[in-house]
Design a protein around this ligand. Sequence first.
Ligand code: NAD
Ligand code: 6OH
Length: 566
Amino acid sequence: MGFEVCPDCAVGQGSHRTHAGRQGHPPVTGLSSLNELDFNSLKEIYGCSCPSDDCGIVVFAFLSCRFNTARFPERHLIERLVVKLLQNYINGRFAKGEREFADINPADGSVIARVTEAGQTMVDEAVAAARRALEGEWSRLTVPARAALLYKIACGIEARFDEFLQAEIADTGKPVSLASRIDVPRGAANFRTFADIIKTVGGESFRTETQDGVTALNYTQRKPLGVVGVITPWNLPLLLLTWKVAPALACGNCIIAKPSEETPATATLLAEVMESSGVPAGVFNVVHGFGPDSAGEFLTTHPDVDAVTFTGESRTGATIMRAAAASVKPVSFELGGKNAAIVFADCDFDDTIKGLSDAVFLNTGQVCLCAERVYVERSIFDRIIAALKREAENLRLGWPTHPGTTTGPLISSDHRAKVLSYYQLAREEGAMTITGGGTPEFGDGRDNGFYVQPTILTGLPESARCVKEEIFGPVCHIAPFDTEEEAIAKANDTEYGLAASVWTSNLKRGHRVAANLRVGITWVNCWFLRDLRTPFGGAGLSGIGREGGMHSLNFYSELNNICVRL
Ligand code: NAD
Ligand code: 6OH
Protein backbone atom coordinates (compact mmCIF):
# COMPACT_ATOMS: atom_id res chain seq x y z
CA MET A 1 0.00 0.00 0.00
CA GLY A 2 1.40 3.39 -0.83
CA PHE A 3 0.88 6.87 -2.17
CA GLU A 4 2.19 8.46 -5.29
CA VAL A 5 4.54 11.14 -4.08
CA CYS A 6 3.90 14.59 -5.50
CA PRO A 7 7.02 15.65 -7.44
CA ASP A 8 6.75 19.22 -6.19
CA CYS A 9 6.43 18.75 -2.49
CA ALA A 10 6.84 15.00 -1.88
CA VAL A 11 3.50 14.90 -0.11
CA GLY A 12 1.34 11.96 -1.13
CA GLN A 13 -0.87 13.02 -4.00
CA GLY A 14 -3.65 10.96 -2.57
CA SER A 15 -3.63 13.28 0.40
CA HIS A 16 -3.80 16.36 -1.79
CA ARG A 17 -6.79 14.97 -3.51
CA THR A 18 -8.37 14.30 -0.17
CA HIS A 19 -8.14 17.99 0.52
CA ALA A 20 -9.68 18.64 -2.87
CA GLY A 21 -12.66 16.58 -1.82
CA ARG A 22 -11.76 13.32 -3.54
CA GLN A 23 -13.74 10.35 -2.33
CA GLY A 24 -12.41 6.87 -1.77
CA HIS A 25 -8.93 5.48 -1.81
CA PRO A 26 -5.72 7.11 -2.99
CA PRO A 27 -3.89 5.62 -5.97
CA VAL A 28 -1.83 2.64 -4.92
CA THR A 29 1.63 3.00 -6.41
CA GLY A 30 5.19 2.67 -5.13
CA LEU A 31 6.54 5.49 -3.01
CA SER A 32 9.58 7.11 -4.50
CA SER A 33 11.18 8.30 -1.30
CA LEU A 34 9.12 7.13 1.65
CA ASN A 35 8.86 3.42 2.12
CA GLU A 36 5.97 1.25 3.17
CA LEU A 37 3.85 3.56 5.17
CA ASP A 38 1.99 1.47 7.64
CA PHE A 39 -1.34 3.27 7.68
CA ASN A 40 -2.97 1.02 10.23
CA SER A 41 -0.21 1.54 12.75
CA LEU A 42 -0.43 5.27 12.15
CA LYS A 43 -4.11 5.23 12.79
CA GLU A 44 -3.61 3.18 15.90
CA ILE A 45 -1.12 5.71 17.22
CA TYR A 46 -3.60 8.50 16.67
CA GLY A 47 -6.62 6.51 17.80
CA CYS A 48 -8.24 6.87 14.38
CA SER A 49 -10.85 4.30 13.49
CA CYS A 50 -11.97 5.73 10.15
CA PRO A 51 -12.01 3.15 7.34
CA SER A 52 -10.38 5.38 4.73
CA ASP A 53 -6.74 5.05 3.75
CA ASP A 54 -6.36 8.73 3.00
CA CYS A 55 -7.68 10.21 6.19
CA GLY A 56 -6.15 13.27 7.81
CA ILE A 57 -3.73 11.17 9.83
CA VAL A 58 -1.90 10.22 6.67
CA VAL A 59 -1.75 13.80 5.46
CA PHE A 60 -0.46 14.76 8.87
CA ALA A 61 2.23 12.07 8.75
CA PHE A 62 3.50 13.16 5.37
CA LEU A 63 3.49 16.80 6.32
CA SER A 64 5.26 16.34 9.62
CA CYS A 65 7.85 14.10 8.03
CA ARG A 66 8.39 16.48 5.18
CA PHE A 67 8.48 19.75 7.02
CA ASN A 68 10.06 18.55 10.22
CA THR A 69 8.07 20.84 12.35
CA ALA A 70 8.29 20.71 16.10
CA ARG A 71 4.56 21.37 16.23
CA PHE A 72 4.05 17.65 15.82
CA PRO A 73 5.35 16.21 19.06
CA GLU A 74 4.90 12.61 17.94
CA ARG A 75 7.17 13.13 14.98
CA HIS A 76 9.57 10.41 16.08
CA LEU A 77 6.74 7.85 16.02
CA ILE A 78 5.79 8.85 12.53
CA GLU A 79 9.38 8.86 11.37
CA ARG A 80 9.84 5.28 12.51
CA LEU A 81 6.95 4.32 10.27
CA VAL A 82 7.52 6.35 7.18
CA VAL A 83 11.26 6.61 6.66
CA LYS A 84 13.27 4.17 4.65
CA LEU A 85 15.29 1.43 6.28
CA LEU A 86 18.76 1.26 4.73
CA GLN A 87 20.08 -2.27 4.91
CA ASN A 88 23.41 -3.98 4.66
CA TYR A 89 24.19 -5.80 1.44
CA ILE A 90 25.78 -9.16 2.06
CA ASN A 91 26.34 -11.93 -0.47
CA GLY A 92 23.93 -10.37 -2.95
CA ARG A 93 21.10 -9.86 -0.45
CA PHE A 94 19.88 -6.94 1.61
CA ALA A 95 20.02 -7.83 5.28
CA LYS A 96 19.01 -6.22 8.56
CA GLY A 97 21.64 -5.86 11.24
CA GLU A 98 21.39 -5.89 15.01
CA ARG A 99 20.66 -2.25 15.85
CA GLU A 100 19.37 0.80 14.06
CA PHE A 101 20.55 4.36 13.91
CA ALA A 102 19.11 7.48 12.30
CA ASP A 103 20.30 9.09 9.08
CA ILE A 104 19.87 12.83 9.53
CA ASN A 105 19.33 15.51 6.90
CA PRO A 106 21.83 18.23 7.85
CA ALA A 107 19.75 20.94 6.17
CA ASP A 108 16.94 20.74 8.73
CA GLY A 109 17.83 18.01 11.22
CA SER A 110 15.03 15.71 10.05
CA VAL A 111 15.38 11.95 9.94
CA ILE A 112 15.73 10.79 6.33
CA ALA A 113 16.14 7.12 6.98
CA ARG A 114 16.94 4.55 9.59
CA VAL A 115 20.05 2.52 9.04
CA THR A 116 20.55 -1.02 10.21
CA GLU A 117 23.99 -1.50 11.70
CA ALA A 118 26.12 -4.55 10.91
CA GLY A 119 27.47 -6.31 14.00
CA GLN A 120 30.48 -8.62 14.21
CA THR A 121 28.52 -11.63 12.92
CA MET A 122 27.33 -9.77 9.86
CA VAL A 123 30.81 -8.46 9.09
CA ASP A 124 32.06 -12.06 9.42
CA GLU A 125 29.35 -13.14 6.95
CA ALA A 126 30.37 -10.40 4.52
CA VAL A 127 34.03 -11.40 4.71
CA ALA A 128 33.18 -15.08 4.24
CA ALA A 129 30.93 -14.23 1.27
CA ALA A 130 33.67 -12.11 -0.29
CA ARG A 131 36.21 -14.90 0.21
CA ARG A 132 33.90 -17.44 -1.46
CA ALA A 133 33.21 -15.06 -4.33
CA LEU A 134 36.93 -14.64 -4.85
CA GLU A 135 37.21 -18.35 -5.59
CA GLY A 136 34.04 -18.54 -7.74
CA GLU A 137 32.92 -17.31 -11.17
CA TRP A 138 34.35 -13.84 -10.46
CA SER A 139 37.91 -15.22 -10.52
CA ARG A 140 37.28 -16.74 -13.95
CA LEU A 141 36.00 -13.53 -15.52
CA THR A 142 38.35 -12.23 -18.22
CA VAL A 143 39.67 -8.67 -18.00
CA PRO A 144 37.45 -7.51 -20.92
CA ALA A 145 34.44 -9.04 -19.16
CA ARG A 146 35.32 -7.26 -15.90
CA ALA A 147 35.75 -4.00 -17.80
CA ALA A 148 32.36 -4.51 -19.46
CA LEU A 149 30.81 -4.96 -16.02
CA LEU A 150 32.36 -1.70 -14.83
CA TYR A 151 30.89 0.13 -17.84
CA LYS A 152 27.53 -1.40 -16.99
CA ILE A 153 27.80 -0.14 -13.41
CA ALA A 154 28.63 3.35 -14.71
CA CYS A 155 25.53 3.22 -16.92
CA GLY A 156 23.52 1.91 -13.97
CA ILE A 157 24.48 4.96 -11.90
CA GLU A 158 23.60 7.27 -14.75
CA ALA A 159 20.26 5.56 -15.31
CA ARG A 160 19.39 6.33 -11.70
CA PHE A 161 21.10 9.73 -11.69
CA ASP A 162 18.23 11.53 -9.95
CA GLU A 163 17.95 8.95 -7.19
CA PHE A 164 21.67 9.16 -6.49
CA LEU A 165 21.43 12.93 -6.61
CA GLN A 166 18.51 13.15 -4.18
CA ALA A 167 20.08 10.61 -1.82
CA GLU A 168 23.43 12.41 -1.79
CA ILE A 169 21.81 15.80 -1.28
CA ALA A 170 19.60 14.57 1.54
CA ASP A 171 22.49 12.84 3.33
CA THR A 172 25.06 15.62 2.99
CA GLY A 173 23.07 18.83 2.52
CA LYS A 174 25.27 19.73 -0.44
CA PRO A 175 23.68 21.95 -3.07
CA VAL A 176 22.09 20.29 -6.07
CA SER A 177 24.25 22.47 -8.33
CA LEU A 178 27.36 20.85 -6.83
CA ALA A 179 26.20 17.25 -6.50
CA SER A 180 24.85 17.19 -10.06
CA ARG A 181 28.10 18.63 -11.43
CA ILE A 182 30.66 16.72 -9.36
CA ASP A 183 29.49 13.96 -7.04
CA VAL A 184 27.16 11.86 -9.15
CA PRO A 185 28.97 12.27 -12.50
CA ARG A 186 32.23 11.27 -10.79
CA GLY A 187 30.50 8.18 -9.39
CA ALA A 188 30.01 6.98 -12.97
CA ALA A 189 33.30 8.38 -14.28
CA ASN A 190 35.32 6.45 -11.71
CA PHE A 191 33.99 3.15 -13.10
CA ARG A 192 34.53 4.17 -16.74
CA THR A 193 38.05 5.38 -16.09
CA PHE A 194 39.20 2.19 -14.42
CA ALA A 195 37.43 0.04 -17.02
CA ASP A 196 39.42 1.91 -19.69
CA ILE A 197 42.67 1.55 -17.79
CA ILE A 198 42.37 -2.14 -16.93
CA LYS A 199 41.57 -2.95 -20.57
CA THR A 200 44.64 -1.24 -21.91
CA VAL A 201 47.29 -1.66 -19.24
CA GLY A 202 50.30 -3.79 -20.07
CA GLY A 203 52.82 -5.45 -17.78
CA GLU A 204 56.57 -5.18 -17.38
CA SER A 205 58.83 -7.58 -19.25
CA PHE A 206 62.59 -8.04 -19.35
CA ARG A 207 64.76 -10.32 -21.40
CA THR A 208 67.48 -11.48 -19.05
CA GLU A 209 70.95 -12.55 -20.13
CA THR A 210 73.34 -13.79 -17.47
CA GLN A 211 77.15 -13.81 -17.60
CA ASP A 212 77.20 -17.59 -18.05
CA GLY A 213 74.96 -17.49 -21.09
CA VAL A 214 71.53 -18.24 -19.67
CA THR A 215 68.64 -16.38 -21.22
CA ALA A 216 65.24 -15.88 -19.65
CA LEU A 217 62.08 -13.90 -20.14
CA ASN A 218 60.63 -12.11 -17.09
CA TYR A 219 57.10 -10.80 -17.22
CA THR A 220 54.56 -9.69 -14.65
CA GLN A 221 51.13 -11.01 -13.93
CA ARG A 222 48.64 -8.81 -12.07
CA LYS A 223 46.55 -10.61 -9.43
CA PRO A 224 43.91 -9.30 -7.06
CA LEU A 225 44.86 -8.56 -3.46
CA GLY A 226 41.85 -10.55 -2.28
CA VAL A 227 39.19 -9.26 0.12
CA VAL A 228 39.49 -5.49 0.43
CA GLY A 229 37.88 -3.36 3.15
CA VAL A 230 36.89 0.07 1.82
CA ILE A 231 36.17 2.69 4.49
CA THR A 232 35.02 6.12 3.39
CA PRO A 233 33.98 9.49 4.86
CA TRP A 234 30.92 11.68 4.53
CA ASN A 235 32.09 14.69 2.58
CA LEU A 236 31.98 13.24 -0.96
CA PRO A 237 30.32 9.91 -0.20
CA LEU A 238 29.67 8.44 -3.65
CA LEU A 239 32.71 10.01 -5.29
CA LEU A 240 35.16 8.74 -2.68
CA LEU A 241 33.58 5.29 -2.39
CA THR A 242 33.60 4.64 -6.13
CA TRP A 243 37.11 6.11 -6.41
CA LYS A 244 38.23 3.01 -4.49
CA VAL A 245 35.62 0.43 -5.44
CA ALA A 246 36.12 0.87 -9.21
CA PRO A 247 39.86 0.12 -9.34
CA ALA A 248 39.52 -2.61 -6.70
CA LEU A 249 36.90 -4.38 -8.85
CA ALA A 250 38.89 -3.71 -12.00
CA CYS A 251 41.76 -5.65 -10.43
CA GLY A 252 39.46 -8.58 -9.56
CA ASN A 253 39.12 -8.05 -5.82
CA CYS A 254 36.04 -8.63 -3.67
CA ILE A 255 34.95 -5.72 -1.54
CA ILE A 256 33.36 -4.92 1.76
CA ALA A 257 32.46 -1.24 1.80
CA LYS A 258 31.80 0.63 5.02
CA PRO A 259 30.39 4.04 4.17
CA SER A 260 30.28 6.79 6.75
CA GLU A 261 27.48 6.46 9.28
CA GLU A 262 26.54 10.04 8.35
CA THR A 263 25.98 9.25 4.66
CA PRO A 264 24.85 5.67 4.12
CA ALA A 265 22.36 6.20 1.28
CA THR A 266 24.37 6.25 -1.95
CA ALA A 267 26.40 3.18 -0.93
CA THR A 268 23.12 1.33 -0.51
CA LEU A 269 21.94 2.53 -3.93
CA LEU A 270 25.26 1.44 -5.39
CA ALA A 271 24.59 -2.06 -4.02
CA GLU A 272 21.30 -2.05 -5.94
CA VAL A 273 23.16 -1.04 -9.10
CA MET A 274 25.72 -3.81 -8.54
CA GLU A 275 22.91 -6.31 -8.20
CA SER A 276 21.09 -5.16 -11.31
CA SER A 277 24.36 -5.00 -13.27
CA GLY A 278 24.96 -8.69 -12.60
CA VAL A 279 27.93 -8.38 -10.25
CA PRO A 280 28.13 -11.88 -8.72
CA ALA A 281 26.95 -12.30 -5.12
CA GLY A 282 29.67 -11.63 -2.56
CA VAL A 283 31.86 -9.54 -4.87
CA PHE A 284 30.52 -6.25 -3.49
CA ASN A 285 29.16 -6.03 0.04
CA VAL A 286 28.09 -3.05 2.14
CA VAL A 287 28.16 -2.98 5.93
CA HIS A 288 26.70 -0.01 7.73
CA GLY A 289 27.83 1.30 11.05
CA PHE A 290 30.34 3.35 12.98
CA GLY A 291 34.07 3.06 13.57
CA PRO A 292 35.05 1.94 17.07
CA ASP A 293 33.28 -1.19 18.36
CA SER A 294 31.22 -1.29 15.18
CA ALA A 295 31.45 -2.30 11.51
CA GLY A 296 34.57 -0.16 10.86
CA GLU A 297 36.61 -1.77 13.60
CA PHE A 298 35.26 -5.28 12.88
CA LEU A 299 36.38 -4.89 9.29
CA THR A 300 39.85 -3.48 9.90
CA THR A 301 40.70 -6.03 12.60
CA HIS A 302 39.33 -8.98 10.64
CA PRO A 303 42.07 -11.55 10.04
CA ASP A 304 40.56 -12.60 6.70
CA VAL A 305 40.49 -9.10 5.19
CA ASP A 306 43.55 -8.82 2.96
CA ALA A 307 43.86 -5.04 2.62
CA VAL A 308 42.27 -1.83 3.83
CA THR A 309 41.79 1.32 1.83
CA PHE A 310 40.63 4.31 3.84
CA THR A 311 39.75 7.95 3.37
CA GLY A 312 39.13 10.06 6.43
CA GLU A 313 40.79 11.80 9.34
CA SER A 314 44.47 11.31 10.04
CA ARG A 315 43.77 10.18 13.60
CA THR A 316 41.37 7.50 12.36
CA GLY A 317 44.06 6.46 9.88
CA ALA A 318 46.46 5.92 12.77
CA THR A 319 43.91 3.72 14.58
CA ILE A 320 43.25 1.69 11.44
CA MET A 321 46.98 1.29 10.86
CA ARG A 322 47.36 -0.20 14.33
CA ALA A 323 44.43 -2.54 13.67
CA ALA A 324 45.82 -3.60 10.30
CA ALA A 325 49.31 -4.17 11.69
CA ALA A 326 48.28 -7.37 13.49
CA SER A 327 47.81 -9.23 10.19
CA VAL A 328 50.20 -7.03 8.16
CA LYS A 329 47.49 -5.79 5.81
CA PRO A 330 48.55 -3.36 3.09
CA VAL A 331 46.88 0.01 3.63
CA SER A 332 46.18 2.96 1.37
CA PHE A 333 45.27 6.15 3.22
CA GLU A 334 43.89 9.46 1.96
CA LEU A 335 43.77 11.63 5.08
CA GLY A 336 43.32 15.18 6.26
CA GLY A 337 44.89 18.40 5.06
CA LYS A 338 45.68 21.97 6.08
CA ASN A 339 46.23 23.16 2.57
CA ALA A 340 47.85 26.43 1.53
CA ALA A 341 47.00 28.75 -1.35
CA ILE A 342 49.82 31.12 -2.37
CA VAL A 343 48.71 34.24 -4.21
CA PHE A 344 51.28 36.38 -6.02
CA ALA A 345 50.70 40.02 -6.92
CA ASP A 346 50.96 39.19 -10.65
CA CYS A 347 48.02 36.78 -10.57
CA ASP A 348 44.99 37.22 -12.82
CA PHE A 349 42.96 38.90 -10.09
CA ASP A 350 39.43 37.96 -11.11
CA ASP A 351 40.27 34.35 -11.95
CA THR A 352 42.14 34.04 -8.69
CA ILE A 353 39.27 35.34 -6.60
CA LYS A 354 36.90 32.93 -8.25
CA GLY A 355 39.33 30.05 -7.81
CA LEU A 356 40.10 30.99 -4.22
CA SER A 357 36.44 31.26 -3.34
CA ASP A 358 35.93 27.67 -4.53
CA ALA A 359 39.11 26.50 -2.85
CA VAL A 360 37.95 27.86 0.50
CA PHE A 361 34.17 27.48 0.43
CA LEU A 362 33.21 24.64 -1.96
CA ASN A 363 31.11 21.97 -0.27
CA THR A 364 30.99 24.28 2.77
CA GLY A 365 34.75 23.85 3.09
CA GLN A 366 34.36 20.11 3.60
CA VAL A 367 36.78 18.92 0.94
CA CYS A 368 40.10 17.55 2.11
CA LEU A 369 41.72 19.71 -0.59
CA CYS A 370 40.20 23.01 0.57
CA ALA A 371 42.57 25.88 1.30
CA GLU A 372 42.39 26.84 4.97
CA ARG A 373 45.59 28.91 4.79
CA VAL A 374 45.82 31.66 2.20
CA TYR A 375 49.15 33.49 1.81
CA VAL A 376 48.98 36.70 -0.24
CA GLU A 377 51.82 38.89 -1.51
CA ARG A 378 51.67 42.02 0.62
CA SER A 379 51.04 44.53 -2.18
CA ILE A 380 47.63 42.98 -3.00
CA PHE A 381 46.77 41.72 0.49
CA ASP A 382 44.05 44.31 1.22
CA ARG A 383 42.50 43.94 -2.25
CA ILE A 384 42.34 40.17 -1.95
CA ILE A 385 40.79 40.38 1.51
CA ALA A 386 38.13 42.81 0.29
CA ALA A 387 37.31 40.72 -2.80
CA LEU A 388 37.21 37.40 -0.98
CA LYS A 389 35.01 38.99 1.70
CA ARG A 390 32.58 40.02 -1.07
CA GLU A 391 32.61 36.48 -2.44
CA ALA A 392 31.95 35.01 1.00
CA GLU A 393 29.09 37.38 1.64
CA ASN A 394 27.57 36.63 -1.77
CA LEU A 395 27.42 32.90 -1.17
CA ARG A 396 23.82 31.75 -1.03
CA LEU A 397 23.24 29.56 1.99
CA GLY A 398 20.05 27.79 1.08
CA TRP A 399 17.98 24.67 0.86
CA PRO A 400 20.21 22.11 -0.87
CA THR A 401 17.54 21.30 -3.46
CA HIS A 402 17.18 24.94 -4.53
CA PRO A 403 19.08 25.52 -7.80
CA GLY A 404 20.42 28.90 -6.66
CA THR A 405 22.00 27.60 -3.46
CA THR A 406 25.79 27.69 -3.44
CA THR A 407 26.44 26.63 0.14
CA GLY A 408 24.77 24.00 2.27
CA PRO A 409 25.07 23.12 5.93
CA LEU A 410 27.88 21.26 7.66
CA ILE A 411 27.38 17.53 7.97
CA SER A 412 26.22 17.26 11.57
CA SER A 413 25.49 19.03 14.78
CA ASP A 414 28.76 17.70 16.26
CA HIS A 415 30.76 18.91 13.30
CA ARG A 416 29.11 22.32 13.52
CA ALA A 417 30.05 22.50 17.20
CA LYS A 418 33.65 21.70 16.22
CA VAL A 419 33.79 24.36 13.50
CA LEU A 420 32.17 26.97 15.76
CA SER A 421 34.65 26.12 18.51
CA TYR A 422 37.44 27.01 16.04
CA TYR A 423 35.70 30.31 15.19
CA GLN A 424 35.72 31.06 18.91
CA LEU A 425 39.28 29.80 19.40
CA ALA A 426 40.45 32.06 16.58
CA ARG A 427 39.08 35.07 18.47
CA GLU A 428 40.79 33.90 21.65
CA GLU A 429 44.03 33.45 19.73
CA GLY A 430 43.78 37.07 18.59
CA ALA A 431 42.32 36.77 15.08
CA MET A 432 40.37 39.52 13.38
CA THR A 433 37.20 38.11 11.82
CA ILE A 434 36.83 39.77 8.41
CA THR A 435 33.43 38.21 7.83
CA GLY A 436 31.28 35.48 9.35
CA GLY A 437 32.29 33.82 12.59
CA GLY A 438 28.85 32.59 13.65
CA THR A 439 25.67 30.91 12.52
CA PRO A 440 23.10 32.31 10.08
CA GLU A 441 19.43 32.69 10.93
CA PHE A 442 16.77 31.78 8.39
CA GLY A 443 13.46 31.85 10.22
CA ASP A 444 12.49 28.46 8.77
CA GLY A 445 13.38 24.77 9.04
CA ARG A 446 17.02 25.46 8.19
CA ASP A 447 17.43 26.84 11.70
CA ASN A 448 17.23 23.20 12.81
CA GLY A 449 20.02 22.35 10.37
CA PHE A 450 23.76 22.71 10.76
CA TYR A 451 24.64 25.85 8.83
CA VAL A 452 27.53 28.16 9.73
CA GLN A 453 28.60 31.45 8.22
CA PRO A 454 31.44 31.40 5.69
CA THR A 455 34.29 32.97 7.59
CA ILE A 456 37.55 34.77 6.85
CA LEU A 457 40.13 35.30 9.57
CA THR A 458 43.36 37.22 9.65
CA GLY A 459 46.00 38.37 12.11
CA LEU A 460 46.99 35.05 13.65
CA PRO A 461 50.58 33.98 14.21
CA GLU A 462 51.67 30.92 12.21
CA SER A 463 51.83 28.97 15.48
CA ALA A 464 48.13 29.47 16.27
CA ARG A 465 46.05 26.30 16.49
CA CYS A 466 43.63 27.70 13.92
CA VAL A 467 46.51 27.92 11.45
CA LYS A 468 47.86 24.49 12.30
CA GLU A 469 44.80 22.24 12.75
CA GLU A 470 42.34 21.05 10.11
CA ILE A 471 38.96 22.74 10.76
CA PHE A 472 37.04 21.30 7.76
CA GLY A 473 34.55 24.12 7.42
CA PRO A 474 33.96 27.21 5.22
CA VAL A 475 36.84 29.14 6.72
CA CYS A 476 40.33 30.34 5.93
CA HIS A 477 43.04 32.39 7.56
CA ILE A 478 44.72 34.96 5.30
CA ALA A 479 48.25 36.19 5.95
CA PRO A 480 50.59 38.41 3.94
CA PHE A 481 54.07 37.46 2.69
CA ASP A 482 56.94 39.46 1.20
CA THR A 483 59.10 36.93 -0.65
CA GLU A 484 58.60 33.71 -2.58
CA GLU A 485 60.89 31.87 -0.11
CA GLU A 486 58.83 33.06 2.82
CA ALA A 487 55.59 31.90 1.16
CA ILE A 488 57.04 28.45 0.45
CA ALA A 489 58.39 28.13 3.99
CA LYS A 490 55.02 29.07 5.50
CA ALA A 491 53.09 26.76 3.20
CA ASN A 492 55.40 23.87 4.13
CA ASP A 493 55.22 24.57 7.87
CA THR A 494 52.59 21.92 8.57
CA GLU A 495 52.46 18.27 9.54
CA TYR A 496 49.99 17.70 6.71
CA GLY A 497 50.93 17.57 3.02
CA LEU A 498 47.93 16.97 0.83
CA ALA A 499 47.43 19.80 -1.66
CA ALA A 500 48.35 23.39 -2.50
CA SER A 501 47.47 26.00 -5.06
CA VAL A 502 49.67 28.73 -6.53
CA TRP A 503 48.19 31.78 -8.24
CA THR A 504 50.54 33.67 -10.56
CA SER A 505 50.83 34.81 -14.18
CA ASN A 506 54.54 33.97 -14.09
CA LEU A 507 54.49 30.30 -15.04
CA LYS A 508 58.20 29.93 -14.42
CA ARG A 509 57.52 30.90 -10.84
CA GLY A 510 54.49 28.62 -10.76
CA HIS A 511 56.64 25.61 -11.68
CA ARG A 512 59.37 26.64 -9.24
CA VAL A 513 57.09 27.13 -6.26
CA ALA A 514 55.16 23.93 -7.00
CA ALA A 515 58.40 21.97 -7.12
CA ASN A 516 59.29 23.18 -3.62
CA LEU A 517 56.03 22.37 -1.88
CA ARG A 518 55.84 19.22 0.23
CA VAL A 519 52.42 17.99 -0.93
CA GLY A 520 50.88 15.30 -3.11
CA ILE A 521 49.16 17.72 -5.51
CA THR A 522 49.85 21.33 -6.48
CA TRP A 523 47.45 23.24 -8.68
CA VAL A 524 48.74 26.31 -10.52
CA ASN A 525 46.00 28.83 -11.36
CA CYS A 526 43.29 26.27 -10.65
CA TRP A 527 42.00 24.06 -7.87
CA PHE A 528 40.43 20.58 -7.70
CA LEU A 529 40.90 20.17 -11.45
CA ARG A 530 41.08 16.39 -11.66
CA ASP A 531 42.46 13.98 -14.19
CA LEU A 532 41.72 10.52 -12.84
CA ARG A 533 44.90 9.05 -14.33
CA THR A 534 47.16 11.20 -12.16
CA PRO A 535 48.56 10.22 -8.74
CA PHE A 536 46.43 11.42 -5.85
CA GLY A 537 47.43 11.29 -2.19
CA GLY A 538 49.34 13.11 0.46
CA ALA A 539 52.62 13.47 2.32
CA GLY A 540 53.07 13.52 6.11
CA LEU A 541 49.82 13.27 8.06
CA SER A 542 47.85 13.47 4.80
CA GLY A 543 48.25 9.87 3.82
CA ILE A 544 50.11 6.81 2.71
CA GLY A 545 50.48 5.89 -0.94
CA ARG A 546 48.89 7.24 -4.07
CA GLU A 547 45.72 6.28 -5.89
CA GLY A 548 44.61 7.30 -9.38
CA GLY A 549 45.36 5.63 -12.72
CA MET A 550 48.12 3.04 -12.50
CA HIS A 551 48.74 3.95 -8.86
CA SER A 552 45.35 2.53 -7.95
CA LEU A 553 46.00 -0.64 -9.93
CA ASN A 554 49.33 -1.03 -8.19
CA PHE A 555 47.70 -0.84 -4.77
CA TYR A 556 44.74 -3.08 -5.57
CA SER A 557 46.80 -5.87 -7.12
CA GLU A 558 49.77 -8.08 -6.36
CA LEU A 559 52.36 -8.42 -9.08
CA ASN A 560 53.65 -11.90 -9.71
CA ASN A 561 56.91 -11.88 -11.68
CA ILE A 562 57.26 -14.95 -13.86
CA CYS A 563 60.76 -15.85 -14.98
CA VAL A 564 60.95 -18.37 -17.85
CA ARG A 565 64.30 -19.78 -18.85
CA LEU A 566 64.53 -19.75 -22.62
P1 NAD B 1 36.54 9.87 9.93
O1 NAD B 1 37.97 9.45 9.97
O2 NAD B 1 35.88 10.27 11.18
O3 NAD B 1 35.63 8.69 9.34
C1 NAD B 1 35.88 8.12 8.08
C2 NAD B 1 35.36 6.70 8.07
O4 NAD B 1 36.11 5.91 9.00
C3 NAD B 1 33.90 6.56 8.48
O5 NAD B 1 33.30 5.57 7.66
C4 NAD B 1 33.99 6.09 9.91
O6 NAD B 1 32.88 5.35 10.35
C5 NAD B 1 35.23 5.21 9.85
N1 NAD B 1 35.91 5.01 11.13
C6 NAD B 1 36.01 5.89 12.16
N2 NAD B 1 36.74 5.33 13.17
C7 NAD B 1 37.10 4.09 12.74
C8 NAD B 1 37.83 3.02 13.34
N3 NAD B 1 38.36 3.11 14.56
N4 NAD B 1 38.01 1.88 12.62
C9 NAD B 1 37.49 1.77 11.38
N5 NAD B 1 36.76 2.73 10.78
C10 NAD B 1 36.58 3.88 11.44
O7 NAD B 1 36.47 11.00 8.83
P2 NAD B 1 35.21 11.88 8.43
O8 NAD B 1 34.93 12.81 9.55
O9 NAD B 1 34.15 10.97 7.93
O10 NAD B 1 35.76 12.70 7.16
C11 NAD B 1 36.42 13.93 7.25
C12 NAD B 1 37.92 13.72 7.23
O11 NAD B 1 38.28 13.00 6.06
C13 NAD B 1 38.71 15.01 7.16
O12 NAD B 1 39.83 14.90 8.00
C14 NAD B 1 39.16 15.07 5.70
O13 NAD B 1 40.30 15.83 5.46
C15 NAD B 1 39.38 13.64 5.42
N6 NAD B 1 39.32 13.37 3.98
C16 NAD B 1 40.48 13.14 3.29
C17 NAD B 1 40.44 12.91 1.92
C18 NAD B 1 41.67 12.67 1.10
O14 NAD B 1 41.52 12.25 -0.04
N7 NAD B 1 42.86 12.92 1.60
C19 NAD B 1 39.22 12.93 1.26
C20 NAD B 1 38.07 13.19 1.99
C21 NAD B 1 38.13 13.40 3.36
C1 6OH C 1 38.62 15.07 -0.48
O1 6OH C 1 37.72 15.52 0.19
C2 6OH C 1 38.56 14.98 -1.91
C3 6OH C 1 39.14 13.94 -2.53
C4 6OH C 1 39.04 13.84 -3.92
C5 6OH C 1 39.39 12.73 -4.59
O2 6OH C 1 39.82 11.65 -4.00
C6 6OH C 1 39.27 12.67 -6.02
O3 6OH C 1 39.55 11.60 -6.58
O4 6OH C 1 38.91 13.66 -6.67
